[in-house]
Design a protein around this ligand. Structure first.
Ligand SMILES: C[S@@+](CC[C@H](N)C(=O)[O-])C[C@H]1O[C@@H](n2cnc3c(N)ncnc32)[C@H](O)[C@@H]1O
Length: 350
């Protein structure tokens, strides 16, 4: 049976080309490590392909997306669970105190604080993960531009349906729908996306540089933030991690944002991939390092480097204004594969 990836809305996701990417995986591959899993689109496609999937992301919310949809093989949210989530009265907690009139109205923040407390009443880690990623979906839906680094004045302006209609001919009424109704709208779709591929899949939540020595898989898929494009993932989604843990957080390091350090960072990354026989790296033509620089860098590690390209056409505005973005997939066979030792990784807790 074919399963459908649910609506996640993750900036820089590979949803549209996930199949194209995984179709290049070698026939003998049985496992994949999705090292920068983001919205989990490549992990999900790999799970559908029957591979054992290990995924990782430095952001907790992305780890939870994977925990709910990749590692979780069977747990779903029931009607009773949803009732637990939305019972009680709003309270003034972390969101109310820190994000009122920053990203949401005070009443909305107080509702989020209540729901966060209620999520802890669910009886399994997978249910909690599902509830948190559905809450994420509702929060993102209410947020103009779907990311949490927009000024409050702009948010208020774009959430004004009259203004939005006059200016953009779209009311965007979903920005003003309640969290509860947005959550409920999406529960069945997320529940249906949960399936068992008869593998013990695993989701991890760490800086990639901390765990490369401890994970083993046939394929490693690398889709890091692209230097020079929209790539401030802590800026986009860090607030969701703060909602999960109930405290302010510092941006993470190693985020591939800085052009000056990006070549050195890639080199450091490639130097640590000895546990993997095949490396797959996604990149595109509007980012840095360039394709030539990446080919050269990878050539230091293998004499079997391939590059496949796929034009990705997207409209900016109007009919003529089309921009062709070239998607790159570097495929590297690790000719220096040394380590054959079995490595185990403990299940990460929420
Ligand atoms: C381009 S996105 C991945 C998109 C993903 N392939 C998808 O289809 O949704 C890059 C991801 O890398 C994560 N990231 C950034 N620096 C990281 C690091 N040092 N270790 C692990 N993950 C990191 C970000 O949180 C972000 O989710």
């Amino acid at each position: 049976m074919m399963h459908k990836f649910p609506k996640i809305n993750f900036i820089g996701n590979k949803e549209k080309i996930a199949k194209w990417i995984t179709d290049y995986f070698p026939k003998d591959a049985e496992s994949i490590f999705d090292a920068f899993s983001g919205g989990s689109s490549v992990s999900y496609q790999s799970k559908m392909k029957g591979l054992k999937v290990i995924s990782n992301d430095i952001l907790k919310i992305n780890y939870l997306l994977s925990k709910a949809l990749i590692e979780n093989n069977s747990t779903k949210l029931s009607y009773e669970d949803v009732e637990i989530l939305f019972s009680g009265v709003p309270k003034e907690g972390f969101m109310f105190n820190n994000y009122s009139e920053v990203f949401f109205f005070p009443k909305e923040c107080a509702a989020l604080d209540l729901y966060r407390e209620n999520i802890e009443k669910l009886d399994s880690e997978y249910k909690k993960a599902l509830a948190l990623v559905l809450m994420r979906r509702a929060m993102i839906r209410k947020m103009p531009y779907s990311r949490f680094n927009i000024n409050w004045d702009k948010i208020v302006q774009l959430r004004d349906e009259k203004y939005s209609y006059e200016k953009y001919k779209r009311k965007r009424a979903y920005h003003n729908q309640s969290f509860k109704s947005l959550f409920i709208e999406n529960v069945s779709e997320y529940n249906r996306a949960v399936f068992d591929n008869n593998k013990e899949n695993l989701s991890l939540n760490d800086d990639i540089f901390n765990i490369l020595d401890n994970v083993k898989a046939d394929v490693i898929y690398l889709d890091p933030p692209y230097t020079g494009t929209m790539n401030d993932y802590f800026g986009f989604y860090g607030m969701l991690d703060e909602y999960i843990v109930g405290k302010k957080l510092q941006p993470f390091e190693n985020n591939f944002i800085d052009k000056k350090t990006s070549i050195a960072l890639f080199d450091k990354l490639f130097s640590k991939l000895n546990n993997f026989k095949y490396w797959y790296l996604s990149y595109n033509n509007s980012s840095y390092p360039t394709k030539e620089q990446l080919v050269k860098l990878l050539g230091n590690y293998s004499n079997n480097v391939q590059l496949v390209e796929k034009p990705h056409i997207y409209k900016i505005t109007g009919k003529e204004n089309k921009k062709v973005n070239m998607e790159y997939l570097f495929i590297v066979e690790n000719t220096n594969l040394t380590s054959k030792t079995e490595l185990a990784y403990e299940r990460a807790e929420l």
